[in-house]
Design a protein around this ligand. Structure first.
Ligand code: BG6
Ligand code: MG
Length: 220
């Protein structure tokens, strides 16, 4: 039985990766080193604090926790500057229509994201009323691949975890779904998202009927 669909935000509903990348690159450059788009792949789905640690390690830069706090805040200011221009045109292909088809079928919808900017972004793209529950980076203590974010979403929706399907573009997010005993649709490349139950390039490429037909999770 399928009761709910839980969506990651960045990379599934909206294309924010390039803005995160530009802001992190600006930070790295301000510290005297560079940060490539390829290295940015490692940061998908990863929390702000953890992302900073990865970047500092790449640049062999040692910072005190006070400095790190300032750097994370600076990166976020630059990121917010970049997303002020975000509009409904930045919604990824098929995302809005798919979420609407889920609701029309009488199923519940939720966001399960690491981002503390989730509400800001949902309002900018006009999708803040599309979800029955929003579990974001302000509500969780453990980052993906810990299942906390998705388990909390199921709890808020009042459904069993095994009756949820997660939509994720990040390896850490797919692992989090598996750790929550949820089925998972990968959004991206099959060669990268090998642990997903199925992989499509966008939400335009899958129907609710196909999602329903994914075999229910069976505990090992
Ligand atoms: C994830 C993104 O969804 O959220 C990461 O994939 C990002 O790139 C993380 O770092 C935290 O987001 P924010 O908006 O709280 O800095
Ligand atoms: Mg993501």
């Amino acid at each position: 039985k399928l009761s709910a669909c839980i969506f990651d935000l960045d990379g599934v509903i909206v294309d924010t990766a390039v803005h995160h990348y530009k802001a992190w690159k600006r930070l790295a450059n301000s510290l005297g080193f560079d940060f490539s788009e390829h290295q940015n792949e490692q940061l998908k789905g990863v929390s702000r604090v953890r992302s900073l640690e990865i970047i500092l390690a790449l640049g062999n830069y040692v910072a005190t926790s006070e400095e790190k706090e300032k750097m994370a805040a600076q990166k976020n200011d630059w990121y917010l500057e970049l997303i002020t221009q975000m509009t409904p045109a930045d919604i990824l292909p098929g995302a809005k229509a798919f979420v609407e088809s889920v609701r029309e079928a009488g199923l519940k919808t939720a966001i399960g994201s690491a981002s503390k900017n989730t509400m800001t972004i949902l309002m900018k793209i006009g999708m803040d009323k599309h979800f029955d529950a929003i579990v974001d980076g302000n509500k969780v203590t453990k980052a993906k691949p810990d299942p906390e974010v998705f388990l909390n979403a199921a709890k808020e929706l009042n459904v069993n975890a095994t009756e949820c399907v997660v939509f994720e573009d990040a390896i850490a997010g797919i692992e989090a779904a598996k750790n929550a005993a949820m089925r998972c649709v990968g959004i991206g490349q099959p060669a990268v998202l090998t642990e997903a139950d199925t992989v499509v390039s966008s939400l335009a490429e899958i129907t609710l009927e196909e999602v329903r037909s994914l075999s229910a999770y069976t505990p090992k």
